[in-house]
Design a protein around this ligand. Structure first.
Ligand code: ADP
Length: 449
């Protein structure tokens, strides 16, 4: 087993990884930008190394600085966390070239699934159903309009290098196409440095269902059930739950088996997720995430499995410590993402946390790097806490979640907690009756105010 792991990330996910390491008796090295010198992930780690200035380009994305930090601290392995370098195949390869273990999948799998076109082609060859759409990146506008006509409107234009819901535009008719294409290309160029786009049929009422997988790269793959991540704003998840209230037993078993089969054919290593849209009883592959996900926590709550611990064990060369039969699903879990944002306008709200009180009690987990007096920097993602609640049934889980949200105090910065509280009174949410477009309509009246 590793003696020392460098955590190439910040915030709650850096803490999450530190906690798994600590329980396994592994020492941790934190890296941080100058803006994060007093951050909780730095305080809790055994050692820390400053890797650059506040903008992520100079620090958390600075590969030479991170590799140097790993070398001088003598780390045996690097965990990339979520975001930043987690899906950068070149980084994963460079880590290995430095004789340091990358805690994650192979660079080849990261590259294969990182490009949406090669991911779709791979999914097709692995037997997964695709959303009807273009075979590859599209050429000029005329070709795009011809293809969209074949697929049928509405269509969604997506960036081949996409991520985080960016570079996606809907076109309702041929008249919308020229503008939607230009917008999608420009957004993609600005975010990913590449303006290649492709087209998919735009599904009007799907749920987002994803299957959590764990493979050891030695022929074994298991699933930890599905998550329903349909509660989204601008294609970004706000609340997730497991299991999905929208699947029956047969659908649940079928999609998990299809995902496991695909991952087994890849001989996938580490934690990964295959994402699908589910509409009118049919599943369609959208992407595979070759990393841990923000919402991995709810799968942990219903299975009792520590996914980060398993990632570390697998990276150290151990075979999967469990078979599918060993995994017992218990109860229901929901995660609320607490962002430092105005709950109506979603404008980021960096600043100093004046008061902080995290909820507790049976079945309540808070993953956060906050403390009273902490200054939320303006440079990074606005996710500041995850409230994760488990209950024996969905109903018990939601009662507990409502109670936990009442207790949660984050003063000094605006947060999305009031939105989550409001959601707890929405009949559609309580009944599990929602698709990927529902939350935007629920938010809309106050957003327009
Ligand atoms: P990203 O990598 O940017 O997160 P995804 O392909 O995972 O992009 O899609 C993110 C979200 O966008 C999905 O959860 C869904 O809400 C929406 N979406 C993606 N593809 C479609 C589609 N073909 N029709 C309708 N909504 C879609």
């Amino acid at each position: 087993m590793f003696e020392k792991v460098l955590i190439a990330n910040r915030g709650e996910i850096a803490l999450r990884i530190h906690r798994a390491c600590r329980e396994m008796g592994i020492r941790t090295v934190a890296v941080h930008s100058t803006a994060d010198a007093n951050a909780m992930h730095v305080r809790l780690a055994d050692e820390s190394v400053c890797i650059g200035p506040p903008p992520a380009r100079g620090s958390y994305l600075n590969i030479p600085a991170i590799l140097t930090a790993a070398t001088i601290s003598g780390a045996d392995a690097i965990h990339p966390g979520i975001g930043f370098l987690a899906e950068n195949a070149r980084f994963a390869a460079m880590v290995e070239e430095h004789d340091i273990v990358f805690i994650g999948p192979t660079p080849e799998h990261i590259a294969l699934m990182g490009d949406k076109i090669s991911a779709k082609q791979a999914a097709k060859s692995l037997g997964l159903p695709l959303v009807p759409g273009s075979e590859g990146a599209i050429g000029d506008d005329a070709e795009a309009i011809r293809l969209a006509g074949e697929i049928g409107y509405p269509v969604l234009i997506k960036a081949t290098a996409g991520g985080g819901g960016k570079g996606m535009k809907v076109a309702q008719s041929p008249a919308d196409m020229v503008q939607a294409l230009a917008l999608a290309r420009a957004e993609s160029k600005a975010n990913f440095g590449n303006d290649a786009v492709y087209i998919e049929k735009y599904l009007t009422h799907p749920r987002h269902i994803e299957v959590q997988l764990l493979g050891d790269g030695q022929g074994h793959v298991v699933h930890l059930g599905e998550r329903d991540c349909s509660l989204q704003r601008r294609h970004q998840k706000l609340v997730e739950e497991a299991p999905s209230p929208g699947l029956n037993r047969t659908e649940r078993a079928m999609i998990a088996a299809r995902a496991v089969d695909a991952a087994r054919r890849l001989d996938y290593r580490s934690a990964g997720t295959i994402e699908f849209l589910f509409e009118d009883g049919e599943f369609f592959f959208i992407e595979m995430n070759t990393r841990l996900q923000v919402e991995h926590t709810i799968s942990e709550m219903i299975t009792g499995i520590d996914l980060v611990r398993e990632q570390i064990r697998i990276a150290a060369g151990a075979p999967l410590g469990m078979t599918q039969e060993d995994i017992v699903f218990t109860g229901h879990a929901v995660e609320c993402r607490v962002n430092a944002e105005n709950p109506d306008t979603f404008r980021p709200s960096p600043g100093t946390v004046a008061d902080y009180h995290a909820p507790g009690g049976l079945g309540v987990r808070v993953d956060s790097a906050l403390y009273a007096g902490y200054a939320v920097p303006p440079h990074y993602d606005s996710l500041i806490a995850k409230l994760i609640v488990h209950g024996g049934t969905r109903n018990e889980c939601l009662m507990r979640l409502r109670r936990a949200l009442e207790e949660f105090v984050v003063g000094g910065v605006e947060t999305t907690i009031p939105l989550h509280r409001r959601l707890m009174g929405a009949p559609n949410f309580l009944n599990g009756d929602y698709d990927i477009h529902w939350l935007e309509r629920f938010i809309a009246p106050s957003e327009q105010a």
